[in-house]
Design a protein. Structure first.
Length: 359
């Protein structure tokens, strides 16, 4: 039996109609960020103008702003990092004047993609490790931030990355650690909800209630119609790569991943844990970066250039193809209207001839 959507009196009071707030979905790639983003979008938050289409790795779509993703890749490279650099956290600030130029570019791009939307919704995992930059952008735009961080078992994420990118499990776990630490660190002082991915698929209504409570505000438009659409979207085929092994069995990084995962799982169960535990994990990651970062980061940065150029070309092609398809559909509709008009004109002419003949 379908559970009813919570009624207005059961939900947090709405904020002022004139207020604007941006929803940020943070966390690691392949962690359920796409699923929670679509839930928020169906419940009234506004996706950007240009989003990545689905592919063989995510048929239902990524819901990522591809132009912002390309920008984020460029900003990471400017600091000698990449999206798959396990040592991209903590944030690498540039020289102040250069940093200001990147903030200006990001602000302009955000304005172009969201066009003044009251509740813009931005999902790009790279925002997690670029948190200080994007927090500055939102502050400059006068936008409050509301964060959602989905939590998925890191071995499930590693399984997905192995299929998509061929990453070894150790690298994927390090990436997961870095992104999750960044997501937590840079959202610590703003309204946020930490949501278990399994819990979202099992009972999205319960998790939405937690999100609204954590944000102190209802989702913009969680109507019964939106609930039906969410029911249709959150299907069993979103569940892949179930973890069957223990993190303890992964050499070098398994114990650290387990420490971080335990913290997030506890908070997702509404069991508060001290952030000092994550500070300890961050120090361990920092020590590892000092030890081997010089061997890892330059390689990932170089690979990122090729990946970013390919991604930009692919997304631009998809965007242009979509525009062409829209123009072709519009032309077909206009042709149909013209043909219908001609048929009507012909019918009227024939009827007029009949009337004139009768007279």
């Amino acid at each position: 039996m379908t559970q009813a959507v919570s009624q207005p009196e059961d939900r947090p009071a709405a904020s002022s109609p004139s207020s604007r707030a941006a929803y940020l979905v943070l966390g690691m790639h392949r962690s359920g960020t796409s699923a929670i983003t679509q839930v928020l979008a169906l419940a009234g938050a506004s996706l950007p103008e240009n989003v990545m289409p689905g592919d063989e790795h995510n048929a239902k779509g990524y819901f990522e702003p591809w132009r912002i993703a390309v920008f984020n890749d460029q900003r990471l490279r400017a600091a000698g990092a990449a999206w798959d650099d396990p040592f991209a956290f903590p944030y690498r600030a540039l020289e102040p004047r250069e940093e200001k130029r990147w903030v200006t570019r990001a602000t302009d791009l955000f304005d172009e993609e969201f066009a003044g939307a009251r509740h813009p919704l931005m999902k790009d995992p790279r925002v997690s490790v670029l948190g200080p930059l994007w927090r500055t952008v939102l502050d400059d735009l006068g936008l409050a931030a509301r964060v959602v961080i989905p939590v998925r078992h890191p071995l499930e994420v590693a399984g997905s990355l192995a299929k998509r990118d061929g990453f070894p499990v150790e690298k994927s776990l390090l990436l997961w650690i870095a992104y999750m630490l960044a997501a937590e660190r840079y959202s610590r002082d703003i309204p946020r909800a930490i949501v278990p991915y399994d819990g979202l698929l099992a009972d999205w209504r319960g998790q939405v209630a937690r999100i609204e409570a954590a944000h102190g505000a209802p989702l913009p438009a969680l109507t019964p119609q939106a609930a039906k659409a969410i029911d249709s979207f959150l299907t069993k085929d979103l569940r892949h790569n179930a973890a069957t092994e223990s993190l303890a069995g992964v050499p070098r990084v398994g114990a650290l991943a387990a420490q971080v995962h335990d913290w997030f799982e506890a908070v997702a169960r509404d069991e508060p844990r001290p952030v000092d535990e994550l500070s300890t994990a961050a120090k361990s990651l920092e020590d590892m970066a000092h030890a081997i970062g010089v061997f890892v980061s330059p390689v990932t940065s170089d690979l990122a250039v090729a990946r970013a150029e390919l991604l930009e070309a692919r997304q631009l092609l998809a965007f242009e193809q979509a525009k062409i398809a829209a123009l072709e559909a519009e032309r077909a509709a206009q042709s149909a209207e013209i043909a219908a008009g001609r048929r009507l004109e012909q019918a009227l002419g024939e009827r007029l001839d009949d009337l004139l003949g009768e007279s």
